[in-house]
Design a protein around this ligand. Sequence first.
Ligand code: NAD
Length: 382
Amino acid sequence: MTRQSLRLGMVGGGEGAFIGAVHRMAAALDGEWRVTAGAFSTDSGRNARTGAQLGLDPQRTYDTFDAMLAGEASLPADDRIDAIAVVTPNHLHAPMAIAALQAGFHVFCEKPIAMSDAEAQAIAETVQATGRRFALAFTYSGYPLIEEARTRIAQGDLGAIRLVQVEYLQGWLSQPIDIQGNKQAEWRTDPARAGLGGCLGDIGTHAFQLAEHVSGLLVQAVSADLTIHVPGRRLDDDVSALLRFEGGARGTLKASQVAAGEENGLKLRIHGERGGLEWAQMEPNTLTLRWLDRPSEIVRAGGPGLQDSAMRLLRTPAGHPEGYIEAFANLYRSFAAAIRGEESTWVPGVPDGLRTMKFVEAVIANAASGRKWTSIDPGESE
Ligand SMILES: NC(=O)c1ccc[n+]([C@@H]2O[C@H](COP(=O)([O-])OP(=O)(O)OC[C@H]3O[C@@H](n4cnc5c(N)ncnc54)[C@H](O)[C@@H]3O)[C@@H](O)[C@H]2O)c1
C-alpha cells in the first residue's frame, strides 16, 4: 500500500511571519507531512494569500482557528488533518493546543509551551486525557551532534558531570525596534502576548532545555538576575542565572537579546570528571571533546566515530552541511513516526514544557526576591 503523508493544519505562520515557514519546510523535508489546512493570520488578505501560495484548497484556508477545528473535524477521517502546528505568539499556545487536542488532533506546538506553569499543567492534563501526541519545538534538540553529545554523556564517557555552561546570545533587540514597528519584537516585549519573561521565555527556555536534555540532569535551584537594558521595554532583555543540578553539578545560563552584533549564538559546554565537550549552534556539525589524559577530538557530522543515535539524524554524507531546517525536520519525522505507531526517536514534549515553565517562574521569583536560591519545584526545600 502507498504510504500517505500525514496531513498538517497550521495556525499562525501567515505572510511575513517568521517560524511558520520554517515549520512548513521542516515538515515537508522527508515527505512525512503535507500542509493541508490553515488559519494562518487574523488578517484575511494575508491568510488567503498564504493558503493560495501553498496551493491549498481554498475551502481549507479558514478564517479562524475555531473554524479550522470545526471544518476539519467534520471531514472524513481519511481526509481531515492529523495534527495542528501552533505557530502563533505565546499567549495563544495553551488555549489553542488544548482545543486542538480536545477536538482529536495531535499538536506540534511552538515554545514556550505556555504563559505559565499552570497553563502548561493544563496542557499536560489534556494530553493525558485525550491520548493525543504533543511535540514542542525545542529545535536545537534535533541536531545530530546534540544527540552525539547527549549519548556520550549518558553512556558515561565524561564521567560524573560537574559543570554545565550554556549561553544564548542575540543582538537583534539592542535598539527599541519593538516600538518602531518590528512585528516579531513588538509582541515579544508585550507581557500580555509573550508571558512573564521576555528574553527569558523566548531564548532562555531554549538554553535551559538544552542544558537539561544534553546533561541528563535536572536543575534543582536557580540564582538569577533579570535586566531591562533598553529604556521603556516592559520585559527583560537579558538574563543571567546560576544553576544547581541534581547530583552536585553546577552551571551557568546566560541569555541575552541585547548582545549587540550577535546572531544566534547558542553554545553549550559540559565537563565531567574525565573530560568535556563543546558545541555551538552556528557551527552545528562540529563537536569538540576534550580529555584529561589524551589529546582533544573533533567529531564531525557524518564523520568517523559517530554514535548510531546521531547517524540516524543525518541525511547527507560528511561534509555536506546540514543545519537548522534539518534539525527541525528531525523533530517532525520523529513526531510522524510516533503518531503512526512506528519506532520513533525522542521528541521534546510535555515534560520539557513543564520543566521550562518552572524554570521561567523560578528565575522571575528569585530575581525579584532577596534570596540567594529559589527551587525549581515549588514546595521543595531550597
Ligand atoms: N523553535 C524556535 O526556534 C522558534 C523560533 C522563532 C519563534 N518561535 C516561536 O514561534 C512562535 C511565533 O513566532 P514568530 O516569530 O513566527 O512570530 P510572528 O509574529 O512572525 O508570527 C506569528 C503569526 O501568528 C499569526 N497569528 C496571531 N494570532 C493569530 C490567530 N488568532 N489566528 C491565526 N493566526 C494568528 C500572525 O498573523 C502571524 O502570522 C512564538 O511562540 C515563538 O516563541 C520559535
